[in-house]
Design a binder for this molecule. Structure first.
Ligand SMILES: NC(=O)c1ccc[n+]([C@@H]2O[C@H](COP(=O)([O-])OP(=O)(O)OC[C@H]3O[C@@H](n4cnc5c(N)ncnc54)[C@H](OP(=O)(O)O)[C@@H]3O)[C@@H](O)[C@H]2O)c1
Length: 288
């Protein structure tokens, strides 16, 4: 396989993109781009970007991730989440470069008893999920050699996320209600970026879709409780109770899957990669 010298990272300021700049650094010379250098909502403009950089590997960590807003901004979401990755993958294929992309548990409908495996039929419930699935299929159709990692419940030190929201609420509210009937594995963006870099370094003839998440499982309510318990500045909290509520008591514009548990056997078998348990990852992320 062609040696990687140049890497193009798209979405350098995102939760995952930010970490990728560090984890991919030992593998090649990185060009990392984001707003306003590029605009994924104008996908055709990305062709000259890829051609100018001439990478051996393109990593797309950018996406339209406002899941509820996407229900009202369908076309913008589709341009960014489906069309832009397709164009990037086409250009990577044209150069003979490899392509890494991130997808989501929201491509599944959540109505399975066990863990989802990559060969399960997707059935997204939301605009966001549908556009992400469209990308997964479009990337494969370009013929580019690719890895697509389906992630879930991502948090990190950059950007807005559930951990930051809970920490903020814990300082301003005595009672917090959190959904307890959606189940998955909270996943630390640094671990995602480390696993992706390791997979790239071990990449031989493997390819396709891989689930990638921290180990274990919990509900959003279980995650919230763990955040309050592991919070290194607990003395600043005023929260006294964290109440479990069903999804039906917290209506959102976009429907979310109830069971988001992802089987990760494929990642372990093909790349010998297994991420640590989500709770130890949470503790790690609180280390200064
Ligand atoms: N977050 C999750 O819980 C989650 C779960 C499953 C899968 N994923 C997937 O994992 C990947 C990484 O997610 P993340 O949480 O790291 O995302 P994020 O923090 O929301 O970052 C997304 C990045 O995309 C950029 N972007 C958005 N619209 C753009 C545009 N029109 N032109 C150029 N750049 C644009 C953003 O730039 P600005 O900040 O400047 O807008 C940002 O750098 C995505 O593919 C996402 O779908 C995420």
């Amino acid at each position: 396989m062609r040696r990687i010298k140049k890497i193009l990272v798209v979405g350098r300021r995102g939760q995952v993109g930010w970490e990728l700049r560090r984890t991919l650094a030992p593998l090649g010379e990185i060009t990392a781009v984001d707003h306003p250098d590029i605009d994924l909502s104008a996908p055709e403009t990305l062709r000259s970007l890829v051609r100018d950089v001439g990478p051996d590997l393109v990593v797309n960590a950018a996406a339209y991730t406002a899941v509820d807003k996407a229900e009202d901004e369908t076309e913008l979401c589709r341009l960014i989440n489906a069309e832009a990755p397709r164009v990037l993958a086409e250009e990577a294929a044209r150069l003979g470069a490899r392509f890494v992309h991130f997808s989501t548990d929201y491509v599944y409908n959540g109505r399975k008893d066990g863990r989802w495996v990559e060969s399960d039929s997707p059935d997204p419930l939301s605009v966001y999920g549908r556009t992400k699935l469209e990308a997964d299929l479009a990337i494969a159709a370009t013929g580019v050699q690719h890895l697509i990692f389906r992630l879930q419940w991502v948090w990190g030190t950059r950007g807005g996320n559930f951990v930051k929201t809970m920490l903020r609420l814990s300082r301003s509210q005595e009672e917090i209600k959190v959904i307890d009937d959606q189940v998955g594995a909270p996943t630390y963006s640094r671990h995602i970026a480390e696993a992706a870099a390791l997979a790239v370094a071990r990449w031989d003839s493997q390819g396709g879709v891989y689930h990638l998440a921290n180990g274990g499982e919990t509900s959003w309510h279980g995650f919230a409780q763990a955040i309050f318990e592991e919070d290194p500045a607990r003395s600043e909290q005023i929260v006294k109770s964290c109440l479990p509520i069903p999804t039906s008591a917290y209506p959102t514009k976009a429907e979310r899957p109830l069971n988001s548990r992802l089987d990760q056997t494929r990642l372990l078998t093909d790349f010998d990669i297994r991420l640590p348990d989500w709770r130890s990852a949470l503790r790690d992320s609180f280390e200064p």
